[in-house]
Write a protein that binds this ligand. Sequence first.
Ligand code: PLP
Length: 384
Amino acid sequence: MKAIPYGRQDISPADLAAVAEVLQSDYLTTGPAVKAFEDKFAEYVGVKYAVAVSNATVGLHLCTLVMGVDRNSKVITTPITFAASANCVRYCDGEVVFADIDPATILIDLDRVEEMLRAAPAGTYQGVIPVDFAGYPVDVERLRSIADEHGLWIIEDACHAPGGYFTDSKGQQQLCGNGQFSDLTVFSFHPVKHIACGEGGMITTNDEKLYKQLMRLRTHGITREEDMLVENHGGWYYEMHELGFNYRITDIQAALGVSQLDRAKQGIERRRRIAKRYDEAFHDTKIKTIEVPKDIGHAFHLYVVQVADRKGLYDKLRSLKIYSQIHYIPVPSLPYYRGLGHQPADYPMASAYYDQCISLPMYPTLTDEEQDFVIEQVLAFSAR
Ligand SMILES: Cc1ncc(COP(=O)(O)O)c(C=O)c1O
């Protein structure tokens, strides 16, 4: 049996052709493929505006910038996420405050967020960064009402969840990143994610003002919009109004993204079928799975189980060339965050989850035969 990773990209002949076409065109960057990718992604998640960027980390950075995070800001996020969800606050010198997770969903515990906000003097916190961990969408309708009560903005980290949805209180399916409840949402196109660009990210919003600011900041803070110019010297003229960056994505990556988006729905359906097979195999065993209510459209970037001897299982699978992964070491327990005074003991649910979690292979091209082999090995290990 060949090596089985926990996630991997799926590159089709159509993807190769799309990239080759750009390579032979006039624009390798700042060309038409970027706008085509933004438009197609916006349609996919049902939002007005989308801004493509070089990766999700810089996307998160732009989001904290436009939300005005500075050294006086306190922002809440979850301890079980990739470091980038918290680092974006630190880039702007803000303080990160971690709210523990709900052990049933592994998402930020909204009851805890509510308690923290109620216990603090008004104005203590400026924003919250929920994460659709593993592809399980956060109930951002509920979070919006909590945030509104305390004047907070929401930047949703949906890097794991393009195509995921939750069902709102009116019974409507709300796709992650549709801008109905979150001010801004960020997606990643790293190869293990649903849509692979090599590197790449997208920010979505329904707010035109934020959209325009993000577009400027992505390209050095430069604008050519006539109504913004202080002077105008001619066709070549531009002005820089604020300190921005080169956070652009290339047309090569964007063309790959457009082509990948054509198969995004198929990919997510396949992920859901794989998840169902795992769920069925581990039902009534010692292997703990995460229960997903029927009205949640889980995007299954990851399939996480919890087992007593996690290291033993990880090592055993590795010896069989099944490369599972651990998502995540709690962010507050990373040395950088410990150095800022965070203590793992403050996040008991996240710490307990970390001790037992392991992500099993999950990607659309995983075959039933490969998955059966993984299941067989996991069951054999846990039956010892
Ligand atoms: C939850 C989460 N947020 C942010 C990122 C950063 O994404 P990127 O690698 O595109 O910068 C990742 C990537 O793994 C992620 O999993």
